[in-house]
Design a protein around this ligand. Sequence first.
Ligand code: PAF
Length: 267
Amino acid sequence: MDSAADLALATVRTVADLRRIVARWRQGGKTVALVPTMGALHEGHLSLMQLARQHCDRVVATIFVNPQQFAPHEDFGAYPRQEARDAALLAGEGVDLLYAPLVTEMYPEGFSTTVSVAGVSEGLCGTFRPQMFPGVATVVTKLLLQAGPDAAIFGEKDYQQLQVIRRLVRDLDIPVRIIGGPTVREADGLAMSSRNAYLTPAERAVANRLYAILCRVADAAQAGTPPAAEALATARESLLAAGFRSVDYIELRDAETLAPLDRLDRP
Ligand code: PAF
């Protein structure tokens, strides 16, 4: 068993320190992967670190609870922060460096730029959390430019976010390969998420139904009977019947552009 000292992880908080270390690795011919997170790590995040290791020689994890992607009424203040625990987990996965900047490092006084990605940011979560994707696009652009990695890894759980990031990297000619990591689920099917900690026992008891119902509607859409619109309406009813208070959206979308589809004739 590794001792706590063996598991200590080098941590930097400034762009200058991050760049110095990455430059040294590059001089030694090493490739670098970046895995951005907001901390409160779970097995889903750790699977992204493992994926990063498979693709590159060195792995940089970032922990930054990004104020720009939270609306004033959202959970920025309450978002779980547990850096010491997270750092030990990252060290256990063989991560080489933790970049955990302060808000003032990322957004110094006078900061005035927002990256906004039309199309893929619209609809779905973009309707319900309009601040989120501009905030995500801005911070991810900064992290990519700060670290200059060969590859960056993001979870498929936040699928719209992943497509927003793929789009911005293409549009801004950022020379990095974006790799999506498969969703990791609890034994009963609930996708792992730092925010699952907010669920009450009663909410947790029904949360796993979401995955079962999504699988059912996906199978129905694939089979083409009943028509997709009907399958989606049934899924919505099933979610409400299962105990969800409301359904923000359940839709059939093109996997790349996220354009609405009325039948499943492409990924
Ligand atoms: O998915 C997340 O944890 C965040 O949205 C990200 C990509 C780290 C940007 O803050």
